[in-house]
Design a protein around this ligand. Structure first.
Ligand SMILES: Cc1cc2nc3c(=O)[nH]c(=O)nc-3n(C[C@H](O)[C@H](O)[C@H](O)COP(=O)(O)O)c2cc1C
Length: 211
């Protein structure tokens, strides 16, 4: 199946499951330190501020984190903060000229040992379920062979929306993973399902995908 790491159980923690094909390194850190690389997709939701803590904790767990922001997520968390916390360049723009010729979305997709989308908006979940590739993050997710996990967060009614639920079911049937959401206090002032999962639960699931 496409989402599973084919080398599971037979290769080191940082294997990306693509045989011997050499990864294109956008950042030298993972190579130098032999750390697994998580491509972290950050979307435009209030819970984006929690990704700062997620990144710090992953780095403490010796996971190399490369951030790829959706085009609107900078309204909720700044690239400067994410760059400082991750210790890596932050990616957002697909059509920016690069120093080398590689399309960035392919480089990110190839370099990732796992992709974590947190917070995952209704928008990105539905776009991926429909095969839409209209920004760097959706293109990277569509181009990867690495396992992908979504940590949805949104308003209760938005989460219960039948179209979103059918898109989630479709992605689950295609071996995409989900962690949360959970019940809790929501940014809109109500209480219910839609709160982003606890950081430790998200990281635990990511580490499982990296094994
Ligand atoms: C203040 C505010 C908070 C929002 N919070 C969420 C949220 O928690 N979850 C969600 O799915 N959408 C939320 N949205 C809507 C998204 O920002 C919007 O759908 C956006 O297009 C998502 O873009 P992205 O998926 O490319 O990041 C919020 C919008 C605003 C203005």
């Amino acid at each position: 199946m496409r989402r599973q790491n084919k080398n599971k159980g037979s290769t080191p923690f940082f294997s990306h499951g693509r045989g011997t094909k050499k990864k294109r390194e956008l950042t030298p850190r993972s190579k130098a330190m032999k750390q697994p690389t998580v491509l972290m997709g950050i979307c435009a939701g209030i819970a984006a501020y929690k990704t700062c803590d997620m990144i710090s904790r992953m780095r403490q767990e010796k996971i190399n984190v490369i951030v790829c922001m959706s085009k609107d997520s900078h309204h909720f968390v700044t690239p400067l903060t994410l760059q400082t916390l991750s210790g890596n360049r932050v990616f957002q723009e697909m059509f920016q000229l690069q120093q080398d010729w590689d399309p960035v979305h392919i480089s990110l997709a190839t370099q990732a040992d796992a992709i974590l989308v947190a917070p995952a908006t209704s928008n990105i979940i539905s776009k991926i379920a429909c095969g839409i590739c209209d920004d760097l993050l959706t293109c990277a997710i569509a181009s990867t062979n690495a396992p992908v996990i979504f940590a949805p967060a949104m308003n209760k009614a938005m989460y219960k929306n039948k179209i979103l639920q059918s898109n989630i079911a479709r992605l689950k049937s295609l071996n995409y993973s989900f962690v949360g959401p959970v019940k809790g206090r929501l940014a809109c002032g109500t209480h219910g399902i839609g709160h982003v999962a606890a950081t430790e639960d998200i990281i635990k699931q990511v580490k499982t995908l990296l094994k």
